[in-house]
Structures are given as structure tokens and as C-alpha cells.
Design a protein. Structure first.
Length: 173
């Protein structure tokens, strides 16, 4: 399968599923998908983000080769929301190596605070930040403050639920 060619022709759940099944846990096929995701064609990067997320959710061990580049992708301003959303969604269930936790927490805090970011991006950032901050009391306190500020304001349901869940989890740790 030529992943780039397939993504040029359509963007659908069925194609995403076909790409995820094609890649499976094959590192060479994943390399092909990631080349499209990190490539210069913004439309193809956006379309590749969806299967990237599903591959990493199904095979989190494959993330290890891509943490650095995924975090770099989160640092690029004005990316399509699909890039941020799908990277953060994949990272919310993956164990993040310690050497990337600091920068990732900073990025998540910025996403959470940025009301112009898509709601799903902010919601997944809350979960990623909470997962990391559980292990660091000083960061846990900082996230608690931020989430309590959010909880005091009217929020969309996605943000409200994630905030409530994260505060509960942080309190129990």
C-alpha cells in the first residue's frame, strides 16, 4: 500500500482502519506512515494523524522511536488541530519517558490555557498533564491550581469532565 497516495484520494474511517491494519506493528510500514505525518504536505499530515493515533494506541511500544519528533510536532505553531489532537490522544495512554515529561507538561499547560485551541486538544492535554504530574508533587500543585481556575469558569462539557476527572485523580495520589 502506498499510504501517501491513499491519503491523497480520501479521508475516511474505513481508510484509516485499512492503514492501521496495514501498518500493524510493522516498524517499516510505520516508518512510511510517519514520513507522511511528518512530511511537508499539510493536508497529508493532517490525514495521517488519525491512523497514527490508532497505531500508537494499539501498539504503544512503537512510540519509543517517535517521542522526540511527536513532541517537536506539538511545538510547531498553527498546526492543524488534528495534529495536536491525535498526538495528545496517543500520548494520554502511553508511558512518557522521563526525559520528555518536562517539555510535554509545559506544552500541555499551554494547550490547556489557550482558549483558542480546539476543545479536544485541550481535553487530551489535561489528561496527559495529569498523568505526568501525579509523580511530581510540585507539578501536581501547579496543575491543581490551573484546573481549579478552569473549574471555576463556565466550560464546554469535554473540558469540564476532564478537569473534574483529573482533579479527582490528582487528589487520590
Amino acid at each position: 500500500m502506498n499510504i501517501a497516495h491513499k491519503l491523497e484520494t480520501e479521508h475516511s474511517k474505513s481508510l484509516t482502519t485499512a492503514i492501521v491494519n496495514y501498518v500493524g506493528d510493522d516498524r517499516l510500514r510505520l516508518k512510511e506512515l510517519m514520513a507522511v505525518f511528518f512530511g511537508t504536505d499539510k493536508l497529508l499530515s493532517q490525514r495521517a494523524a488519525w491512523p497514527v493515533r490508532y497505531v500508537f494506541e494499539a501498539h504503544p511500544h512503537l512510540l519509543s522511536a517517535y517521542y522526540k519528533k511527536l513532541i517537536e510536532a506539538l511545538q510547531i505553531p498553527n498546526q492543524h488541530p488534528a495534529i495536536y489532537r491525535n498526538v495528545l490522544r496517543a500520548l494520554q495512554t502511553a508511558p512518557v519517558p522521563q526525559k520528555y515529561q518536562g517539555i510535554l507538561v509545559d506544552l500541555c499547560f499551554n494547550f490547556i490555557k489557550n482558549e483558542t485551541q480546539a476543545l479536544a486538544t485541550r481535553a487530551f492535554a489535561i489528561t496527559v498533564a495529569a498523568n505526568i504530574c501525579k509523580h511530581y508533587p510540585e507539578l501536581k500543585n501547579e496543575l491543581n491550581l490551573l484546573l481549579n481556575e478552569l473549574a471555576a469558569l463556565p466550560q464546554a462539557p469535554a473540558i469540564r469532565v476532564r478537569t473534574k476527572t483529573a482533579l479527582k485523580e490528582l487528589k487520590s495520589v
